[in-house]
Design a protein around this ligand. Sequence first.
Ligand code: AMP
Ligand code: GLC
Length: 454
Amino acid sequence: MDWDALYSSAFERVRGNIGKIGGVLLAYNTNIDAIKYLDPADLEGRIERAGKDAVLRYSEELPERITSVEHLLGGILWSIRRGKAAELFVESCTVRFYMRRWGWDELRMGGQVGIMANLLGGVYNVPVIAHVPQLSSLQAELFKEGPIYVPKVEGGDLKLVHPKEFLADEENCIHYIYEFPRGFRILGFEAPRENRFIGAADDYNPNLYIRPEFTEHFGEIAKKAELGIISGLQTLTKENYREPFEEMVRHLDVLNARNVPVHLEFAFTADETVRMALIDVLGRFHSVGLNEVELASIMEVMGEKGLAGRLLASDPVDPVAVTEAMLRLAERTGVRRIHFHTYGYYLALTDYHGEFVRDALLFAALAAAAKAKLGDVRSVDDVVEAMDVPVNEKAGAVEERLKAEYGMKDGIAEVDNYQLSFVPTKIVARPKSTVGIGDTISSSAFVGEFALRP
Ligand code: AMP
Ligand code: GLC
């Protein structure tokens, strides 16, 4: 199997067809990402000054939210020690000011909605309508040019305008992203993988604030959508999830009545009550996107502890365990498409059949490699350049296992009346940054699939 040939033909076909996608509704989380590339000496000095013992304690067990500098530095160290991403809400204004003074190297569009809006609208030229909880002038500036719209209500009438034309200086929702490379060393620890820790200095997205324009005019907004992508539920807790969930279900009912397929970008949801509630509404979605940690966390609350353990036991993740978990989730919820991504390969389980599912995954893997390499994908030509990035060598063994277990051929197999699609991905050895790659993968594959449908 020549994956390079499949990659280039998938790319050409998505590029040729993506123009036929009418409008994508993106809700709910958009913010500003202030990215700081960590420096070991600077971080160590800060840890010493804050008190090493307390910081070490929180690097063993994450606090629930950040109310002190020790929590912040402990959270950062927790991520470094494991090479794992984490995100916590920063409650204290003292810590918010500390982070502001620590500074950043780069300001970037953040939040799944913001990142996907810039990619789909600003790069692929697909019209998008985005929910932006707070549109400050800084937030507005981070939107790319292109067919990106936000609803604006004037004199009771709904208009769609580019975020830069919204002209309401609302609040800044800043997420401080502390990025570290693989091998980052501090206090005798060494990061096994590149990743980041996020401190969210933001009172809107963590509570899934939904704007009145959306609550009051959703029927009209939905008429402009052919596809939908929902994200941002991951920070909810058992205390605050009910109201936004009700509103989201109302939105889903409107979209479902219009036959608009909607994708849920899952993201790690720490609260088990919220995770369970998400499983309960998943049948209202066409599709869901997740990684191994997220899939394992779902298996946990579904009572599949053995499967959850198998998903986290090996690297690369055992694709048979992934397939079994996806089958359980599809059968339990009725969701029609599950897109799993991990370091090195993607799998999709669909209750429909066709090579376009696999080809959309290939397109997504190219976009992801471009994002990893450059930090920001500026044009479709950037995506082409990722063709040079080599296919992950460990994925060969994954493919062999799928061939042996399910008789997979050219990345496609039949499993229990579902189609299982596999692609080995291109891995950038030294990524510029890691934030937003998952969003790039999920949105490119979902929209790419509809572009390629016969
Ligand atoms: P998430 O786990 O949602 O943060 O998404 C991260 C995904 O990005 C992983 O599952 C990988 O598929 C992909 N990824 C991470 N690092 C790289 C890299 N260096 N090159 C290409 N893809 C990557
Ligand atoms: C989460 C974070 C946001 C980041 C995004 C990337 O939504 O809150 O800051 O940009 O993930 O996927």
